[in-house]
Design a protein around this ligand. Structure first.
Ligand code: KIV
Length: 276
């Protein structure tokens, strides 16, 4: 086991080579992602949608997230595991934020937590960091604020909102965060923020100039053809491949090709005699 440290993540800022990170939600996908050497696995609250079928990320609970974080921590020995704090697990008070962040570290084996927001969550970020828990910030298009944003819209397109995001990014860094996700903001704004910060920026729908990128496991593997957002690229066609494989399985069962002798166990002939 060679766990990636926060120090190593900070060093990625100056490596001059953008790094890729990914979400995972269960033991098997975590094992697959971890085997590639990816430095960070985010157990995203996108689990609400891709694992539980909710319409957005708002309904997922700490209990539901805990199952995913524990499973990922059993599957990934090397990557730094970041647990995404679900809606209303940290907005309500600094105390709740601390309790819930602590739960992810103590009970679920996460190595860090992520929370969405800017100046509204600075006291929470400071308190969690002071408790010794690494924090990843998340600015721009923050899905937990979908109603306030009136939908999933690119943020920071005008002067005021761009300046606000820059100000918040610096405040998050000053509060002690070790990295920041920049989601759904213009490329140039992400480039400016990346240049101003000493901690790594990790983009999703924020262009090519961030220090790293984050994507959702299901999106890059093409596990759901009905959802193909602009910020994602399908590097495989896993839905099509899975359907093809399942159809072949059905065909082989129907034609008695599967299970073959290779997949079966023969009874000892002496035993067979006694029971037939
Ligand atoms: O929940 C999630 O998966 C995320 C990433 C896409 C940044 O927050």
């Amino acid at each position: 086991m060679n766990k990636i440290t926060i120090q190593k993540i900070l060093e990625l800022k100056n490596s001059n080579k953008p790094f890729a990170t990914l979400t995972a939600y269960d033991y098997t996908s975590a094992k697959i992602v971890d085997s590639t050497g990816i430095p960070i696995i985010l157990v995203g609250d996108s689990a609400a949608m891709v694992m539980l079928g909710y319409e957005n990320t708002l309904p997922i609970t700490m209990d539901e997230m805990a199952i995913f974080v524990k499973a990922v921590s059993r599957g990934a020995n090397n990557a730094l595991i970041v647990a995404d704090m679900p809606f209303m697990s940290y907005q309500t008070s600094v105390e709740n934020a601390l309790t819930n962040a602590g739960f992810f570290i103590k009970e679920c084996n996460a190595n860090a937590v992520k929370l969405e927001g800017g100046d509204n969550v600075i006291p929470q970020i400071s308190a969690i960091v002071q408790a010794g828990i690494p924090v990843m910030g998340h600015l721009g298009l923050t899905p937990q604020s979908v109603h306030q944003m009136s939908g999933y819209k690119i943020q920071g397109k005008d002067e005021n909102s761009a300046k606000e995001i820059i100000k918040n990014a610096i405040a998050i860094q000053n509060a002690g965060a070790f990295s920041i996700v920049l989601e759904g903001i213009p490329t140039e704004l992400a480039k400016i923020i990346t240049g101003k910060l000493v901690i790594p920026t990790i983009g999703i729908g924020a262009g090519q100039f961030c220090d790293g990128q984050i994507q959702v496991y299901h999106d890059i593997l093409g596990l759901d053809n009905t959802f193909n957002p602009k910020h994602a690229k399908q590097f495989a066609k896993m839905q099509d491949n899975s359907i093809e494989a399942i159809k072949t399985y059905i065909k082989e069962v129907n034609s008695k090709k599967f299970p073959s002798e290779k997949n079966s166990t023969k009874l000892n002939p002496n035993v067979l005699k006694t029971i037939s």
